[in-house]
Design a protein around this ligand. Structure first.
Ligand code: NAD
Ligand code: UFG
Length: 341
């Protein structure tokens, strides 16, 4: 069993991953500055698992915070910490380069000081931009349309350069498609601050009465029903993907190619209207929506070829769209105002 250091572990994907790591018997230390999370998420993870989670409130850009958190030399790092709102990254690009790129640079330096050589990094399907071919394989051209996406590309390049220079550094770059849903208990979930940018949390806030109706961004895409198509993946499946990556990186070590980029998706695309339909079924009534103009920068359709994850990590997504909507709704119903209720 490994000791895993998790940056951003109080956040949406981080909290679910910490829970699954604990359930798999790993020991976990979290570093989070709580800029987009609540410590209540970790308290609930402790309650759900009955296991301890060490927590350091600190910043990945701070060498002091990192040295303190890495003092007992963890076996591996999962690096979630960063900013993730595409629109905000256009308004505040330097904050994105600082938190995401500078944060990862400081983390790699601190890992070198602590003698820690294994990193699993949160990359994104955003590195593929508007794809030429579907489903998207890991060797597709890398390009992106916004500063957030560029920070992910710069970090991937940084990991490639660092691993080329240090043959002992093992880096796995997990390219997530669209994470949604929540733990089936409804105790932990996604708690965006302000109006949600992403589809599923917006739909769930409509369902719980916090928003009037969903605006569907574009009804004239060349897709099955004219609305955008994405590869939604249950956050519990995504969390299991991280544990598979940790187990692989620890077991294989030198035998694992490094760095190694892997898609985490289901391989299935759903349109916005299909999501509205599945969410309406989970909620038990029709959810109101209106089709409006396209959102600038959105691709028509994005979905993964998940073959490599199965072959190399022994992982595949198991949960479908009905479970995603059921669990998102359970979380939203039990926590209409998120953790701040
Ligand atoms: P999140 O905002 O819920 O989690 C990120 C966590 O990092 C938060 O708890 C936040 O407080 C913390 N954090 C941010 N900056 C920090 C800093 N400088 N120092 C310490 N902690 C800091 O987001 P999430 O959805 O859980 O995403 C996790 C990672 O996955 C991010 O790197 C994100 O870019 C990536 N990702 C997310 C999605 C998605 O749709 N949710 C898709 C692809 C990739
Ligand atoms: N959508 C709406 N209305 C909304 C929100 C979204 O119609 O209020 C549509 C979008 O146009 C898109 C789909 O729902 O067709 C999904 O949109 P999201 O914002 O939920 O997700 P994106 O695919 O746009 O973005 C996600 C992550 C990004 C990441 C990107 C990579 O949020 O961080 O995947 O593909 F960069």
């Amino acid at each position: 069993m490994a000791h895993v250091f998790v940056t951003g572990g109080a956040g949406f994907i981080g909290s679910h991953t910490v829970l699954v790591l604990l359930e798999a018997g790993h020991r976990v230390t979290v570093l989070d500055n709580l800029c987009n999370a609540s410590e209540a998420a970790l308290e609930r993870v402790r309650a759900l698992t009955g296991k301890p989670v060490a927590f350091v409130q600190g910043d990945v850009r701070s060498p002091q915070d990192l040295d303190r958190a890495l003092a007992d030399r963890p076996d591996a790092v999962i690096h979630f910490a960063g900013l993730k709102a595409v629109g905000e990254s256009v308004e505040k690009p330097l904050a994105y380069y600082d938190n995401n790129v500078n944060g990862t640079l400081r983390l790699l330096e601190a890992m070198a000081r602590a003698g820690c050589k294994r990193m699993v990094f949160s990359s994104s399907a955003t590195v593929y931009g508007e794809p030429d071919a579907l489903p998207i394989r890991e060797d597709a051209p890398l390009r992106t349309t916004n500063p957030y996406g560029r920070t992910k590309l710069v970090i991937e390049d940084m990991l490639r350069d660092a691993a080329a220079a240090d043959k002992n550094l093992r880096a796995v770059m997990l390219r997530y498609f669209n994470p949604v849903g929540a733990h089936p208990s409804g105790q932990i979930g996604e708690d965006p601050r302000g109006a949600p940018n992403n589809l599923m949390p917006y739909v769930m806030q409509v369902a719980v009465g916090r928003r009037d109706k969903l605006s569907v961004f574009g009804g004239d895409y060349p897709t099955k029903d004219g609305t955008g198509v994405r590869d939604y993946i249950h956050v519990m499946d995504l969390a299991r993907g991280h544990v598979a990556a940790i187990d692989r990186i620890v077991a294989l070590n030198d035998a694992l190619p490094s760095p190694f980029a892997v898609n985490l998706g289901t391989g299935r695309g759903y349109s916005v209207l299909e999501i509205v339909k599945a969410a309406s079924a989970a909620v038990g009534r029709a959810l109101p929506y209106a089709i409006v103009a396209r959102r600038p920068g959105d691709a028509a359709a994005v979905y993964a070829d998940p073959t490599l994850a199965k072959a190399q990590l022994g992982w595949e997504a198991k949960l479908g769209i009905d479970e995603m909507c059921r669990d998102a709704w359970k979380w939203q119903q039990q926590n209409p105002n998120g953790y701040s209720a």
